[in-house]
Design a protein around this ligand. Structure first.
Ligand code: GLY
Length: 390
């Protein structure tokens, strides 16, 4: 199989394996520079994006803080170079206090991407306790009457003025991986049960007939009823925010892996059909930030959504033969082209260009994002593992 080289504008024909190796080499140099700058500062800094040509670093309580340590772990897996393991160990350790965070649901993202990967790769017992503690913290947000984990507080934080009682966002599906892991590590099935209840209720309440999903579903904590369905980061309440669809695809694929409940697999396949039969899905399979954004094709793309979708599809391809790997390969080909892959030492030394944080908040539009890089490298790793085993 022949394809286009990853490097800027170069049309040299290369084999698939060579392209993957080129990306790894590129990431070694690009992220190597990013870490060199951080290490030279003598401080712990956690890069998230670029704003006004400056790298934005975040606190450990930011929802994205687990992605940079997780990226270090993926670089270790991709290269086998102990240097990256050292960074993985150090940057993961910085997040230990997050294990007690209860003020939002993102502890799942933060701890699973950092400590979860650390444990998966090293089997080091020290990581177990943090993971279990973090799952307990996430569990404090479980609301038994509606049977969901509350994403954001109704009276504090960035959405406190919306009048919600128990908002659950589709992104929350991603936090369930921490709960499944905690049950495996502790033997305490309560984490597993919370995760399954949350996934079942999300399946029932978040999806439309066409298998697109709402961003936010607000529950009544007292009787479990749905109070409303809306958006925070999408174009409109009834639109299909691209990253939300990506979280849904990834989240339900992961839930199928953990439970083998066929309803979750069926839903993941239906989400795939929605995404890839949508008239607004571009030819290069990197979605616009919202499938219903009003000025398509003059709307920003979201490479982060594409990377999450690609990674999810590699996992889905292990469960069902539905052309999922071929689609993921096509996304990876696009992301590996000069259209999305950054130039060396450009883009704040992030790997991918052209992601979107939140357009309704006029925040992070057409920028690099650490989670785009994280899921891109995860997808690459999954792709390489599949191809090696074939
Ligand atoms: N979980 C927040 C986002 O996807 O922007």
């Amino acid at each position: 199989m022949l394809c286009v080289s990853v490097f800027t504008g170069c049309l040299a024909l290369k084999s698939k394996g060579d392209v993957d190796k080129d990306i790894v080499d590129f990431a070694v140099n690009q992220l190597g520079k990013q870490i060199e700058i951080i290490e030279a500062s003598g401080k712990f800094m956690n890069p998230r994006t670029v704003h006004n040509d400056k790298t934005v670093y975040v606190s450990r309580e930011d929802w994205t803080s687990g992605f940079f340590p997780g990226t270090m772990w993926y670089m270790y897996e991709l290269t086998g170079d102990e240097k990256w393991k050292g960074y993985g160990v150090n940057y993961t350790a910085q997040l230990e206090p997050v294990k007690s965070l209860t003020k939002h649901h993102d502890i799942g993202f933060i701890i699973n991407c950092s400590f979860g990967n650390a444990y998966r790769i090293t089997s080091d017992e020290q990581y177990k306790l943090v993971i279990i503690e973090a799952a307990k913290s996430l569990g404090t947000r479980y609301r038994p009457v509606p049977g969901v984990i509350q994403s954001w507080d109704e009276d504090k934080g960035w959405q406190k003025d919306r009048g919600w009682m128990c908002p659950v966002i589709i992104d929350n599906m991603m936090n369930l991986e921490l709960l499944f892991l905690a049950t495996r590590l502790s033997g305490d099935s309560s984490f597993y049960k919370m995760a399954v209840n949350h996934a079942e209720n999300t399946l029932i309440n978040h999806f439309r007939k066409d298998y697109s999903c709402y961003h936010v579903v607000d529950y009544d904590k007292t009787n479990g009823n749905v109070r409303g369905k809306s958006t925070a980061q999408g174009f409109a309440d009834e639109s299909a925010w691209a990253r939300g669809q990506a979280w849904a695809l990834y989240g339900f694929t992961m839930c199928y892996r953990e439970t083998k409940d066929i309803r979750f697999l069926n839903l993941a396949e239906n989400i795939f059909d929605f995404l890839f039969s949508h008239p607004n899905m571009p030819n290069d399979l990197v979605p616009y930030w919202d499938f219903n954004a009003p000025k398509i094709p003059d709307e920003p793309r979201d490479a982060s959504a594409a990377a999450i979708i690609a990674s999810a599809l590699y996992e889905l391809s292990a469960f069902k033969d539905g052309g999922y790997k071929a689609t993921a390969d096509k996304i990876m080909m696009s992301l590996s082209s000069a259209d999305y892959l950054a130039g060396l030492n450009e883009n704040g030394n992030f790997v991918l260009k052209h992601s979107v944080g939140s357009i309704p908040h006029n925040n992070e539009i057409d920028v690099p994002l650490n989670y785009a890089d994280y899921y891109f490298l995860e997808a690459l790793l999954r792709k390489m593992k599949i191809e090696k085993s074939n």
